[in-house]
Design a protein around this ligand. Structure first.
Ligand code: GLU
Length: 506
């Protein structure tokens, strides 16, 4: 049964979605699912100056890749549609008018030059200019609180530029509640009279956001900490409209891996990790930013990592499927303090998830890479290789480096390893070993191992004396999985060929 829980993710399409935005979307999604509620996507595109055309699609693609689909949004179950604020433009003026009528808002005709002059004048006296009860009725500012009704109407008819400002209350200690932070008190005297509506017919973020949350019956506003300073205005707006306010929860910031402050794209560029879910091309500059998807991260690993940025389950458990997260997530375990982002931990999550993927699934991802390298191999063989190497991989893209010797004769030999393991007499030993291997009739890993080991024991020499040059011959370096598995895979003929090549070249 659907509950009354309705939450929304309300990004502004100004560019690619930062991973902090994905985390906000995720927490909203989890909260909705946990409470059988509805997760809404609303595009807040009232600020046309910051609008970026491909950003909305990017947001939708990012949510889809992250596997956190919205229940209602643009072109999807438009119960309270439209879900793009630019398409709801006609709605907002009437709400600004309601506030004007109730005395909670007023027209202001001050030009930006006048306001700049006020600001400067204050600065010269070491003060900060705030447009609010301090000065809104003192006569220096040009608004409907000081102008006569006739004058106001005349200016409006004239088409003078205006804004509608909220009339924030004087001398009140506003007591609010945040689901994560608890009680928050604000002295309303420090609030400025924020602009709600502009004469270009567009509402500002504050008005549109409140009106839409109300009309879309949003029960919980879960958003980033950067919106905490707007909470007082929003609570006051609900009061002014005489609407029930939703519950508020402000999520902690995602912090830089080192030092203080919010994780930025610059940190990612500097330390070599993406801060966006998907790669993004800036249409103006042509700059391409990396994305987690394109960098080879699994969406479920990425989401698992994000879930633990600012939330904890209260246990040591770190690996959670999305399904599990929807069961255990709740706002009371979201922390107040910022969560440090760790690129290494993110890799660790990917490695953990890679290990849990089936060999068949991983092989399907590996085959195109092999094809690109010009290797044609039966699917079952590729799968065999995957099963042997995956424990050493963080990404599927590591597979080739971990396994190329299964498919190709080494073209060169690691110099350090050669020096260490290829000594006087090694060539003769390898020649003898070739004959031993040649004689193995049932060419299975276990069988080859038993026979080679018997031979080494009978020669009364150390295992390393044989095994190291053998690995070097077959792999080209001191790496790779169990050597006898490699021998079985490449077959007798190729094994003998590689040993001979090493004898000739080392
Ligand atoms: N449009 C705002 C943003 O870009 C939404 C803030 C909110 O969730 O109220 O983040």
């Amino acid at each position: 049964m659907e509950s009354n829980v309705r939450v929304r993710f309300a990004p502004s399409p100004t560019g690619p979605l930062h991973i902090g935005g994905v985390r906000t979307a995720l927490f909203n999604y989890l909260f909705a699912k946990k409470h059988n509620g509805t997760f809404v996507l609303r595009i807040e595109d009232t600020d046309q100056t910051r609008y970026v055309a491909n950003a909305e699609q990017y947001i939708i693609d990012a949510l889809e890749w992250s596997n956190i689909p919205f229940d209602e949004g643009p072109n999807k179950n438009e119960k309270f549609g439209p879900y793009r604020q630019s398409e709801r433009k006609h709605l907002y003026k009437q709400y600004a008018d309601v506030l004007l009528e109730k005395g909670w808002a007023y027209y202001a005709f001050d030009t930006s030059e006048q306001l700049d002059a006020e600001r400067k004048g204050h600065e010269e006296k070491g003060k900060t200019f705030i447009y609010n009860w301090h000065n809104r009725e003192r006569g220096r500012l040009v608004n409907s609180l000081v102008l006569s009704e006739d004058e106001v109407q005349k200016r409006l008819k004239n088409g003078d530029k205006y804004v509608i400002r909220f009339k924030s209350p004087q001398d009140e200690i506003l007591v609010m509640n945040d689901e994560i932070r608890g009680e928050i008190k604000i002295d309303t005297n420090v609030l400025d009279d924020k602009v709600l509506f502009k004469s270009d017919g567009m509402p500002t973020y504050h008005l549109a956001n409140i009106v839409d949350d109300h009309l879309m019956e949003i029960s919980h506003v879960i958003r980033g900490e950067e919106w905490l300073p707007s909470m007082a205005l929003h609570v006051l707006l609900y009061r002014a409209f005489e609407w029930n306010a939703p519950k508020f929860a402000h999520l902690p910031l995602i912090l830089k891996p080192v030092g203080k402050g919010k994780l930025s794209k610059r940190d990612g560029d500097k330390l070599g990790f993406p801060v966006f879910p998907l790669a993004y091309t800036n249409e103006k500059t042509g700059d391409v930013s990396r994305g987690y998807k394109e960098d080879g991260y699994f969406a479920d690993a990425f989401i698992n990592m994000l879930a633990l940025l600012g939330w904890n389950p209260g246990t040591e458990q770190e690996i959670f499927s999305l399904e599990e997260l929807t069961q255990v997530f709740d706002l009371d375990r979201v922390s107040k303090s910022g969560a440090k982002f760790s690129p290494d931990k993110t890799k660790w999550f990917n490695q953990q998830y890679l290990q849990t993927k089936s060999d068949a699934e991983l092989t399907a991802l590996f085959l195109p890479i092999l094809e690109e390298k010009g290797i044609s191999v039966a699917k079952s063989n590729a799968e065999k290789v995957v099963s042997l190497i995956k424990e050493r991989a963080i990404f599927v893209s590591d597979f080739w480096d971990l396994s190329n010797f299964f498919f190709e004769t080494p073209s060169e030999y690691d110099a350090k390893a050669s020096k260490k393991s290829w000594k006087e007499g090694t060539a003769e030993l390898m020649k003898e070993l070739s004959e031993v291997i040649e004689g193995v009739s049932e060419f299975s890993s276990v069988n080859i191992e038993t026979i080679v080991k018997e031979w080494i024991t009978s020669k009364e020499i150390g295992f390393g004396k044989v095994m190291q040059p053998l690995r070097l011959s077959l792999v080209g370096a001191m790496k790779g999985p169990h050597l006898y598995d490699i021998i079985e895979f490449i077959g007798k003929k190729e094994t003998l060929k590689r040993i001979e090549k090493a004898i000739n070249e080392l």
